[in-house]
Design a protein around this ligand. Structure first.
Ligand code: M6R
Length: 609
């Protein structure tokens, strides 16, 4: 939820830390701060609000030194304010800590520390960590951190500096992301890879409770008992320009436009093209035994859950296997029934979503086998699942998920089709045809993007509508869910989704002349049903936009406006039909004067409950 960074080397730490924090601002932007050691003294600067306010403060209150840590915050304990900003220090101001996560037993620890005379300054859970490290400090920072870890409960990625040990940063994670970049004569710490790429491509991914002691010229790792451990670096292949806006006004628009490439990348490596086309999932260890499952359970949150809803329809269509789709935060608390032959598909862009990880761990403890679909190499989900299928979407910076969603769909379809092939529910000819259809999707997505001004003009006429409802049937219902989420999260329009057949069971009571209805109509057998639904809402005064296929005339008489997408098979259309909705949400957000990349109250990665 928050972003942490660290630098130790020969350069001035402050500009490196600020630069790195800017690349992590998507993880939280309530406040920011840094702590730097120079000339034997630890100095802290922090400010409420975006990083630019911290920069303004540093411009007049300069701090020098070549070792430091930084933080960008998404508040969990205590309001956004200067005093609640990280880094937090011990009473003497000699030890500084930045933290991402939640210290669950902070109240108990606070009472303990207060009984030992500690006066707290903030309302944060993190401050206890700084005081505890000081409590255990006897001249050895690693030992003090190890002792502290024995007492804290919860999730954390921590970086710690100490005035008396200016040659090192101590960093550790548990259930929160942490990456250590290895440079030449300098080393860096961050919550995610993009801030590191300017400096190095060689990184360590520490596991839970592996403590890193980061010096200028080396990184040492210790287990929770303080015994040294060996770790190897991973070389990151991401292009740094992929983590920047590349000429677009916002990351979200850039990421929407990256979908054709992301879809092609995600598909390409998984297709065998010799003789009859087939799907190659051997790279992830997927063999015939996986398709012997009695049931597939898909669990995720938010947009990733919507990919799961599409997955249910896809698995039933292609593999004829029962599928349950669950919201992870529901699943983890509802005492679900396991069958040892269930397989779980856990979907998460970040691979760090707390509820999703908890659901995965429950499934694992129930004996289930787990396939992860994630965009984050080395994430907790990727490390803990049995099989990992990566979405090759590249870093997704905008809070609103777009290319991660469509590439999640691509992965879900590939697994569903392979299930079908292995279970004999689709023939090799049909499989080859479906692969051709999947291969056509990136170019079809390009065609939709080329028509974006049509959506922009439609948004210009409708962005002030107080209500927007998305409706559809089957795959179009799943895409309605995602479309409504996109619109509400970045434009703050009250938007909902419903299965069109549910209209008469309640939602129609809300429809009046202030309502925009987006009817997603790609399920050809149900066109007549959708047409009736459209007539019903038109009769109540709603404005209706229909999203349907090129050349399709079914809705010409009923819709107010029609946006046409390239003709594709009904079952594969979700990867196309969501794109107009993503664009509509984006343009509404911009027209309302909002920043689509940083919606209020939201963060990119929800690593706490
Ligand atoms: O990283 P994850 O895919 O696990 O994140 C799950 C949701 O928080 C995420 O999909 C969220 O709903 C999106 N930001 C919506 O655009």
């Amino acid at each position: 939820m928050c972003g942490i960074v660290g630098y130790i080397g020969d350069e001035e730490a402050t500009p490196v830390l600020i630069n790195a924090l800017k690349k992590l601002e998507y993880r939280g932007y309530d406040s920011a701060g840094i702590a730097v050691i120079g000339d034997g003294k630890l100095s802290v600067r922090k400010a409420k609000g975006a990083i630019k306010f911290l920069e303004q403060r540093i411009a007049t209150e300069i701090i020098r030194g070549s070792v430091g840590i930084g933080h960008t915050r998404w508040a969990t304990h205590g309001e956004p304010s200067d005093v609640n900003s990280h880094p937090h220090t011990d009473v003497a101001g000699k030890i500084a800590v930045v933290h991402n996560g939640i210290i669950e037993n902070h109240a108990k620890l606070r009472a303990f520390l207060e009984s030992h005379g500690v006066a707290f300054r903030s309302q944060t859970d993190t401050e206890v960590v700084a005081h505890l490290i000081d409590f255990h400090y006897n001249g050895d920072l690693l030992q003090a951190v190890l002792e502290t870890l024995k007492r804290i409960e919860g999730s954390y990625a921590l970086s710690v500096v100490c005035e008396s040990s200016p040659d090192r940063i101590v960093a550790v994670r548990k259930d929160a992301p942490l990456v250590i970049g290895v440079g030449k004569g300098e080393n860096l710490i961050a919550s995610d890879v993009p801030p590191l790429l300017e400096y190095t491509r060689d990184v360590y991914y520490p596991n839970d409770l592996e403590v890193a002691v980061v010096y200028r010229d080396r990184v040492e790792f210790y287990d929770a008992d303080g015994d040294p451990i060996e770790k190897t670096t991973t070389h990151v292949e991401w292009d740094i320009s992929a983590a920047e806006k590349g000429g677009y006004e916002h990351f979200m628009l850039k990421e929407i436009h990256e979908q054709p490439k992301a879809l092609a990348d995600t598909l390409r490596a998984r297709i065998k093209t010799y003789a009859t086309k087939s799907i190659n999932l051997e790279e992830i260890g997927f063999d015939a035994s996986w398709a012997e499952a009695n049931r597939v359970v898909i669990t995720a949150c938010g947009t990733a859950w919507h990919a799961g809803v599409v997955g249910k329809y896809a698995f039933e269509r292609f593999a004829r296997i029962p599928v349950d789709v669950d919201i992870a935060s529901e699943y983890r608390y509802r005492n679900p029934i396991f069958d040892p032959k269930d397989i779980f598909i856990i979907i998460s862009q970040s691979g760090e979503t707390a509820d999703t990880l908890a659901a995965m761990r429950m499934a694992r403890s129930g004996g289930a086998r787990i396939i992860a679909i994630t965009n984050a190499v080395g994430s907790t989900l990727a490390r803990e699942a049995d099989l990992v299928m990566y979405t090759w979407a590249g870093p997704e910076i905008a809070v609103a998920s777009t290319k991660a969603f469509t590439t999640q769909l691509m992965c879900v379809y590939l697994i569903a089709l392979q299930f079908g092939a292995l279970r004999g529910t689709i023939s090799s000819e049909d499989l080859a045809r479906h692969i051709d259809e999947l291969e056509a999707l990136p170019a079809q997505a390009e065609k939709i993007l080329a028509e974006k001004e049509t959506i922009q003009r439609f948004a210009a006429r409708n962005f002030n509508k107080s209500k927007a409802f998305f409706m559809g049937r089957l795959f179009d219902y799943a895409i309605s869910l995602e479309s409504a989420l996109k619109l509400k999260e970045i434009s703050y329009t009250h938007s909902e989704a419903f299965a069109a057949g549910e209209l008469k069971h309640g939602p129609i009571a809300l429809v009046d002349e202030t309502t925009l209805i987006v009817a997603i109509c790609t399920q050809r057998e149900l066109f007549d049903k959708m047409d009736s639904n459209i007539k019903e809402v038109k009769a109540r005064g709603a404005t209706v936009l229909v999203i349907t296929y090129e050349g399709e005339t079914h809705f010409d008489k009923t819709a107010d406006e029609i946006f046409r997408i390239p003709a594709a098979p009904d079952a594969l259309t979700p990867m196309l039909s969501v794109i107009p909705s993503q664009l509509y949400a984006y343009y509404c957000s911009v027209l309302r004067g909002l920043d689509p990349d940083k919606p209020r109250n939201l963060a990119k990665s929800v690593t706490v409950e």
